[in-house]
Structures are given as C-alpha cells and as structure tokens.
Design a protein around this ligand. Structure first.
Ligand SMILES: Cc1ncc(COP(=O)(O)O)c(C=O)c1O
Length: 454
C-alpha cells in the first residue's frame, strides 16, 4: 500500500508533524485480526502488504475500503464477479429466492431449469451436477474418472490451480529452484500438511510443450485416470494455449483412455460463452465451472459426457448439504440468461483488448520491457522481454517492477492483485470512463516504472 500522507501543523511551542495514514483504520483492523485469525485473513490469497484490503462497500466496478478510499476493483473476487459488485442481475434474483424460503436440501423446479439452461450454453456437456466450490467439483471429477477407468492417479499442468486438497494442490506456483527440468517437472507440494504419497502420485506436465506433455502421459498412462487442464493458464496471469497444444492433449488422452477434464472456473462464460472448449474447439470429457457461473455467488458445476456422469449416480457418490443451493441457483439462472447471447462476453473481450493496446503503447513510450496478456476480461502485465508461454517464463518476469507498477496503479485509484503471477480482471461494469481511468493509470504507472530504472 502507498505510504501515508503527511500534514504539517504549527503548535504554540514548536512545529510538529502528524502522520495521517490513508489506511489508519485498515492498519488497526489488521492488528486486531491477527489476534483472532491466522494470517489475519480467511483465505491466504487475501494476504497483502502491509494489510489486506478491508472492504466497506462496492458498486459496479468500484470498491470502498473501511478508510473511505475509493478504487476501481480489478481483483473482483478472484475473477468471480463478472458483473462487478452488487449487480442488480444477481441481487434481484437472490432476493427473490430468499423470499421463497428455501436455502438448500431439497430439489426444485429451479434446479432442473438451471441444469437445462447450463447444458444449452455448454454444448459439450450432456449432464451436469451443481456443488458449492470449485475444489469440490474437481474432487468429484476425480472420483468419477477413477470409477470409470479403474486407475488411481491424475496428471495436471505445472502451476495450474484446481483447489486446495492433497491431489491437486501440487506444483502450484512452485519454486523454480526445486521444480526440476521444464520437460519433466517435479511434483512439489503447494503447501505444508499434504499427504506426501498423494502429492507424489500426481504427475505434473508442462504447459504449451505438446511433445513433452504427451511423452509424460504416454509413460504414465497405466496409472492415470484423468488429466486436468486449465485451458488458458489464468492462475498465473493469462497464458493462452499455443496452437496444437490442447489438440495434442485431446488426441493423447483419447488414445490412452485417460479422462480429459477442462477446469473452466476462470475461462467459463468469459473467454466465450461456452468457455475455452468453445473458443478453442476442443471437446473435453468432463469440465468444471464456477465463478461467473452464478455471477460470483457460491456455486460450482461438474459436467460432461453422459456415460462418465453416470458414475456420479452410481459408484462415485455425490453429496453435500449445500449442493445446488437455491440462492446461488437463482443467481446462476439470472447470470446465464444475461450472458447467453454473447454480447457481454464480447464486451469483456473488447475491454481487455482496449487495455492491451493502451498498455503496449504506453510501455513503448516509456521504454519499459513489458507484456500485457489478456482475454475474456482477465489480464496480467508481465515485466519481461521474453515470451510468456508457461509458468516458468511468467515466474522469470520482474516481480519488483510489477510491485512498483501495482503501487503506482493503487496511488491512481486502481486495485490490482499483489502477485506478479496472479490474475487481474475487469467486469461488465468496467466500461467507458472506468476503462479510461484504468488505461490512463497504466500510462502514468509505466512512466513511474521507467523512472525507477532497472
Ligand atoms: C481454475 C480454478 N480451479 C479451481 C479453483 C478452486 O475453486 P474454489 O476456490 O471455489 O474452491 C480455482 C479458484 O480460484 C480456480 O481458479
């Protein structure tokens, strides 16, 4: 966070300075939070320096913190808030569902209608089941893939994030010094406390190296039930697949009898209405959805081929008190209806493209080596001269320059993610003047980065 403002006042005896921080209440609340909450936050991803963002209220693209600072929010609930904050689309639907008096635990006409609407928008899916978090939907996909194949293990792409339990919290943002050779990545725990046997069983494959990934899948095929793919690697910013990569994984998994799972939590209803599978024309066997699915409300989905989804009705159980929560399903119906014709998805794409153009021009003017990657309203700015095509090239970007850029953006009223391999976003409420403000802030912030030198 930027440093506090200084106000000077003359006293009767001598002049003295009072430090008035723009973030005094946030500082104070953080000190309190550390007493009752580990790290002071209820998700480690909200940790920030010198304190987390303490939200007071939000409206569209804007958020106010508890100190009254107003910022354009480009974090947007880890990319979930596709319509921005407090969108009437979502709010009215949730209020109506609340008034009906059912939260969860019973099936309704709404549960069926939202399933049908989802399947219309995601043509590769023949059946769908709704859960709460992405982590749970991923877990169920693993259970179904195991039940269908009789094999125990999974593969995932280096640095892709699929949730936070033992089998998938593997090699997420790994330390490059420990990560092994690019074509043969080591499976590293993403956190302490995981079962080492589970971590070791998960095969890590490279992104955008089709030959390397296929070679590893072939060598391990006998034990692999599923391979999980974040088709655009958004959990390290925004890295699209190079032509042929997803096709090669599809061909290999078909040939080797491995279930191909696309994790569309970030790509779904953003890079195309039907997600990355629509944009890149690849048909996965199963896919995972969330975030924009219910306009940022608490809902995830696992969907796919009917013969695989049949495992969910048979040998792979699917239970959960809050599965198919009515308020979230109401939000999903409203969100999917609003997104269905593709106009808002195109608006997000156009907004991202506009920011990319402005960033590239400004970086060139300022003489800063940097790359703007984005699509579907997600973006990241990498301070590097090398092409960013996988986690390793992203991780080699200059984190110090990103921090300088982010601080300068914050000073100009734009809130970005703290990490240089994190992902930023715009919502459908980021248009017109708001988009101009972000673009102008980028111009000025790149000048500041240039002024800092190397
Ligand atoms: C691509 C992807 N998959 C899965 C997850 C896990 O979802 P959740 O946080 O709802 O458990 C996330 C969360 O950020 C994600 O970005």
């Amino acid at each position: 966070m930027p440093t506090g403002q200084c106000e000077t006042r003359d006293g009767t005896e001598e002049a003295y300075v009072i430090q008035v921080s723009k973030y005094a209440q946030s500082d104070e609340l953080y000190r309190r939070a550390l007493q009752s909450i580990p790290q002071g936050t209820h998700s480690s991803s909200r940790k920030d320096s010198p304190h987390p963002f303490y939200f007071r209220r939000g409206e569209g693209a804007w958020v106010w913190d508890i100190d009254g600072n107003r910022l354009v929010d480009c974090v947007l609930g880890n990319g979930a808030l596709v319509f921005g904050h407090g969108s009437p689309i979502v709010r009215e639907a949730v209020e109506e569902a609340m008034a009906a008096g059912l939260e969860s635990g019973l099936e309704t006409q709404l549960s069926v209608e939202v399933s049908e609407l989802f399947l219309r928008l995601v043509p590769t899916a023949e059946q769908v089941r709704f859960a709460t978090t992405g982590t749970e939907a991923v877990m169920h996909a693993i259970h179904m893939a195991r039940a269908a194949t009789g094999r125990p293990d999974i593969a995932k792409i280096e640095a892709a994030y699929h949730g936070w339990y033992d089998l998938v919290f593997v090699s997420t943002w790994p330390d490059l010094a420990k990560a092994g050779q690019p074509e043969n990545p080591v499976s590293l725990p993403g956190t302490g406390g995981l079962n080492p046997a589970a971590v070791g069983s998960t095969l890590v494959i490279p992104f955008n190296d089709a030959a390397g990934a296929v070679r590893l899948l072939e060598a391990n095929a006998g034990r692999l039930a599923a391979v999980f793919v974040e088709p655009v690697l958004i959990d390290v910013g925004y890295i699209p697949p190079t032509p042929g990569y997803l096709e090669a994984i599809r061909e290999a998994t078909d040939r080797l009898g491995i279930v191909l799972v696309f994790d569309e939590l970030l790509t779904g209803f953003r890079v195309a209405v039907g997600g990355a599978q629509e944009r890149y024309g690849i048909r996965p066997d199963l896919s995972i959805w969330g975030k924009a699915l219910a306009g940022g409300q608490i809902l995830s989905a696992v969907a796919g081929r009917a013969d695989l989804m049949a495992e969910s009705a048979g040998s792979a159980g699917f239970v959960g008190t809050f599965n198919g929560h009515q308020w979230s399903l109401a939000a999903a119906r409203a969100s999917l209806t609003a997104l269905a014709d593709g106009a808002l998805v195109r608006q997000l794409e156009d907004g991202t493209r506009y920011l990319a153009e402005r960033f590239d021009q400004a970086a060139q003017r300022a003489g800063v080596e940097a790359k703007f990657h984005g699509g579907g309203g997600h973006f990241q700015c990498y301070f590097t001269s090398e092409p960013v095509r996988d986690y390793r090239s992203a991780a080699r970007a200059d984190g110090r320059r990103y921090t300088c850029f982010r601080t300068a953006m914050l000073d100009r009223g734009v809130f970005l993610v703290p990490g240089y391999t994190g992902h930023n976003a715009i919502s459908t409420a980021h248009e017109g003047d708001v988009l101009e403000l972000v673009a102008d802030a980028m111009d000025a912030s790149l000048e500041e980065v240039a002024a800092q030198g190397n």
